[in-house]
Design a protein around this ligand. Sequence first.
Ligand code: GDP
Length: 699
Amino acid sequence: LMHLTRKLIEIRSMLLSIDQSDALKLPSIVVIGSQSSGKSSVLEAIVGHEFLPKGNNMVTRRPIELTLIHTPPQNGQTPVEYGEFPGLGLGKITNFADIQRILTDLNLAVPTSDAVSNEPIDLRIHSPNVPDLTLIDLPGYVQLSSLDQPETLKEKIAALCDKYIREPNIILAVCAADVDLANSPALRASRKVDPLGLRTIGVITKMDLVPPEQGATILAGNRYPLHLGYVGVVAKSSGKKGKKESTAVVAQRGEEDYFGSHKDVYGSSTSLMVGTDTLRRRLMEVLESSMASSLHGITNAVQLELEEATYQFKVQYNDRRITAESYVAETMDALKLRFKQFTEQFRRPVIRAKLKGMLDDKVMDVLEQLYWLDKRAAELGALGADPKLKPEDVEPYWRHKLEAASSLLTKSGVGRDSTLLVADGLRALIDSIASSEPFNFHPQASERLIQFSHMILRDRIGVTSDQVENCIKPYKYEIEVEPREWEIGRQKAIELFEKEVAMCESKLQEIRKKVGGGRRLGGLVNYVKSLEEKEKERKSRMLESPAIEEPDQTPESYRYPPAQILDARHAMLYSDRLAILKLRLLALKSKRCRAGPESDVLCPEAFLNVVADKLAYTSAMFINIELLDQFFYQFPREIDSRLLYDLDRREIEAFARENPAVRRHLDLQERKDKLEEVMKQLNSLSTLRADPQPAPRRH
Ligand code: GDP
């Protein structure tokens, strides 16, 4: 039976690590009592060491799950006593003063505003001097609220105790002999959940403080009967402490002396239970039989849970097992693969097309700036229309314009702009990887990913844009255009202009719809034009005779709302642009323009398109060498060396668990594994229990 309790204590802590639900709980002994009832002294007497936090303030702020593990002497050698905190990873602690210090620190770490915490501290003590027991030490009941303790403290502690004294736990109600049992909060709480005292043991401390007869009356328990009875103890050392003796040893001697000197009342001829040894044995018995009677129920409960977990694991994951390590490795591989796929978007033709698009916009800007706003723009059309005209006859004015336009384009900072365009593309790519699954679950890794890729880019941007700028330098001085290139440029320019025409038309259409039809827009435009006329007249009049101040003319009436006037102005801009675009399209398609590069002055659009194409080609080439190749080489290496390279086991586990799907998978898998293990242990116990011979009761 001894073996059974020990096994079940092990199983109990495994079950606790599976889940905290009541269904999977094996009994433990819960120690309750009011402050100063002698609760700590009793626990220390059982363990044989001073190890609990001391002080006038309430120092037990968190439940202590105390597991005692009996280590029998082996080969005549007495094993070393030690404690360990499994949750803290501090290893074996042989000095009990250290245990006391750690418990005090853990208690003090609970914020004063919270006063108590529900989170238990797991402490295991291995010793040849302890029985196999599990005890839970709870904060002592507060009887008088004091000023420096929060109002709710009393209720908080009561609630915490209520949670622990539920079935199947055994209640150890600690009361001091010198305080009327009627006033014991421990007994009162126990009676609420266990009215017959079937699972409550009373411990009466400070027996030395009352006359033996009075003590005996209390222990007889006639006033507040408990099925499991009362045990009287003297847990305080009164004698002198020898050099090598522990406080507990001295205390024990004091207790023996006390009860020994009152044999008439407490002797073995009486049925009263006294002394720490008796208490220990009693606790073992009660825990054993309680555990044994829980065995059947818990086996069934574990069986049910295991079946459910196995079923879920099959249904949800098709029995596929994973580990945190495998998840990390898969994630990194997937990242590299994803990156590789994305790099397709950065192949040279794609980049060239992107750069060309940017340069096309620049060309449009240059054309608008240099040609369309030019008052003589109409002349250019006329020149193109005249078939007798030879390019060399063309006015130097237009020749000059073309050179200016070309140089505006080549000197517009193409190196920097094109490099930044591609770098921005790379950044957006990384950002999208970093913010999508699974990296959205891993904020730190995602941050690091962004950080190092931006760093690689920062390192390359300067070099690359200088290099590109350098390589397009020749175009700033001279541009030779082959007939084939010219034809392509002309076609492209036509395409571009047709697109622009379509865009202007759809904008106009939009405005027309918005203001309520073409006729209304016409009216609006006429109105705006007349306003502009008047304004012009007024200005010229003022120029002629500036002395005469005209009175501020308020418009005769607001015939249209201001928003519509703005629409009309936009419409006018679009139709002006349309007119020019259409004229220029005609020119681009004319015989003259088709003739070839010698028509460059007449068809600046075609010429600039060729220039833009050359710039895009050269830029793409050098961006590829200086930026993309470098980035694509470095990125996967940085993943290996920076992203997850120095994680230890714990961090790998934490990383994997950041992903909720993986966490659920791991949780279920672990739950199933643990339940299987528990089931195995329980099954091995049932062979023990199959022994038909009833185990002898020890006293
Ligand atoms: P807790 O607050 O319930 O943990 O109580 P403690 O174990 O700290 O004990 C409170 C006080 O009662 C301490 O000063 C102990 O020395 C004293 N005390 C505990 N047990 C006994 C006992 O059996 N006899 C006597 N005389 N004093 C005791």
